[in-house]
Design a protein around this ligand. Structure first.
Ligand SMILES: [Zn+2]
Length: 209
C-alpha cells in the first residue's frame, strides 16, 4: 500500500499517519527527516544536500527524488509506505511517478476556521514541553506537571496559522488536481474525533487494499 498523505496544519495529519503506520506496519516517510538523517550520516546524497542547506538554498528536486528513490528501495518499504510532506510540487509528483506506483492519495479536509480553532487553542509548557489545549484545560494558566506558566508557541499564533494555511492551499491545490485526474485522490473530512476520522480513512483504503 503506497500512500501519500496530504493535510493542512491542524488536521491531525501526524496522528493519522501514526495510526495508519501501526495498522498496516508500513513506514512513514518524511522528506524533512530523510534529509536530516542523510546529512547526519554523511551519505553521498547527504553531502550534496548539505552544500545547498549551508548556502541557505532549497535542496533541488533531483536530489530529493534521488533520496526518496533510495529510501523506497529499503526492505521496510516492501509492503508499502506513507509519504508525508512529499511531493510538494507537480514536478516532484511527476518524478515520483517514474520511481513509484502510488495507490492512493489521502487528502485530509478541514475547514480553515476549524484548523485555526484547534491550533490557536494549543498551549505549551516552556519548561517541560507538555502540551495542552484550551478546550480541555479552560482558563488554567499553569503546567499541571511542573507549575510553569504556559505559553502560545509562535507557530500557533493566529496570524502565523492563517499564513501557513494560505501557503498550504496554494501548494496543495495543483497536487489535488493532479491526483484527482489520475483517480487517486481520496478526500476525507476530518472534523470528527480521532477514531471517527481514522475509521473513514480505513474504509476508504479498503477499496485499495
Ligand atoms: Zn511543565
Amino acid at each position: 500500500m503506497n500512500i501519500i498523505l496530504l493535510g493542512p496544519p491542524g488536521s491531525g495529519k501526524g496522528t493519522m499517519a501514526g495510526l495508519i503506520q501501526k495498522k498496516y506496519s508500513i513506514p512513514q516517510i518524511s522528506t524533512g527527516d530523510m534529509l536530516r538523517s542523510n546529512i547526519k550520516e554523511g551519505t553521498e546524497l547527504g553531502k550534496k544536500a548539505k552544500a545547498f542547506v549551508n548556502a541557505g538554498e532549497l535542496v533541488p528536486d533531483s536530489l530529493v527524488i534521488a533520496m526518496v528513490k533510495e529510501r523506497l528501495s529499503e526492505p521496510d518499504c516492501e509492503n508499502g509506505y506513507i509519504l508525508d510532506g512529499f511531493p510538494r510540487t507537480i514536478a516532484q509528483a511527476e518524478a515520483l511517478d517514474s520511481i513509484a506506483k502510488i495507490e492512493a492519495v489521502i487528502d485530509l479536509i478541514l475547514d480553515d476556521e476549524k484548523s485555526i480553532a484547534r491550533m490557536s487553542g494549543r498551549r505549551v509548557c516552556p519548561s517541560c514541553s507538555a502540551t495542552y489545549h484550551v478546550s480541555v484545560i479552560g482558563d488554567e494558566k499553569l503546567c499541571s506537571k511542573c507549575g510553569t506558566e504556559l505559553v502560545i508557541r509562535k507557530d500557533d499564533e493566529e496570524s502565523t496559522i492563517r499564513n501557513r494555511l494560505k501557503i498550504y492551499h496554494e501548494m496543495t491545490s495543483p497536487l489535488e488536481e493532479y491526483y484527482r485526474k489520475k483517480g487517486l485522490l481520496v478526500s476525507i473530512d476530518v472534523d470528527g474525533s480521532i477514531e471517527e476520522n481514522f475509521a473513514k480513512i480505513l474504509s476508504a483504503l479498503g477499496v485499495y487494499s
